[in-house]
Ligand binder design. Sequence first.
Ligand code: XIL
Length: 379
Amino acid sequence: MKTKVKNSILAVALACFALSGCAKKVDIEAPATLKSALESKFYIGTALNQSQFTGQDTAGIRIIKEQFSAVVPENCMKSEVIHPEENRYDFTQADQFVAFGEANNLFITGHCLIWHSQTPPWFFVDATGKDVSKEVLIERMKNHITTIVSRYKGKIKGWDVVNEAIMDDGSYRESKFYTIIGEEFIPLAFQFAHEADPDVELYYNDYSMTFEGKRSGVVALVKSLQEKGLRIDAVGMQGHIGMDYPEIDEFEKSLLAYAALGVNVMITELDLTVLPHPGGHVGADVAQTAEYKQEMNPYADGLPADVDAAWTARFNDFFKLFFKHQDKITRVTLWGVSDGDSWRNNWPVPGRTDYALLFDRNHQPKPIVNLIINEATKK
Ligand code: XIL
């Protein structure tokens, strides 16, 4: 009897010890998140929309706080929002975005200073509607860049200075910046940004960065900035990818070509569409759109399991590539939080149902989230 009691006391004591040991372990090891798993590799970022940085999308905000370490504004820092008229800046949304990033200790990137799209028409014309001179446009560009970069000095850590200036064949895009100023508009933009905040990182950002022409065009551009002694910290490869483009090998080739220039590589604007693309169009030229047709929206009622599995496998392959080159990559940023947020639902065809991001429409993590975490934390 005595020994029995003794034994059961021992058993209870051992159980308590085991339990407290267990409880301690749980205390120390919080469940892994994207942010914690990727901490030693690269920033994992997301684009924020207005309802997120103003506090309305509470489910989205919970994910951002738990899972992401970096943010970029989806639209609120584009010229048409932040600088709607020559003598009027509107910093309302941009200030809210930056305050959100700071309050949550997130690495903040600004997007974007000079881009042909979402730039208000006043930027390029005089009072009579005629194109302004080269000198006037340079002055406007300088005012725009200096005002915005100075305002967020020390808060924004990196800027997409120029977005999408090179075409798929490597030639310069015939934007108003190019046709009025010439190639010089790019080095000037980098110079103005650096003068406004000498500590801020400066990036060139573009889509379809795996095309051979664009690859060599961007390499030449970065080299020319470096030869002029200008600061450029990274090349941003927009990751608006599809199920059959680009080829991963080509993506890797470009990543290596950019890294070989001595700059970092960032995977910006990552999303993977499952939807058909009209006319074989790939890339992310916002001006290339097509009309809605029922047959272009095949998964409005849900994603079939085989398509879902193929999507997961392809996303996983891209992340494996990012892990392979983690020494060259400083940030991977998703273009939105949950599927419902994605611009892919409305571009290039409006009103579709896409499944392009890491969290579903109910804000639940998709299986890819755990695959990324497991791959990142495997011993
Ligand atoms: C997109 C936004 O996601 C949309 O909400 C907006 O209507 C158009 O622009 N390349 C870029 C991003 O650099 O700024 C674009 O964002 C997507 C393509």
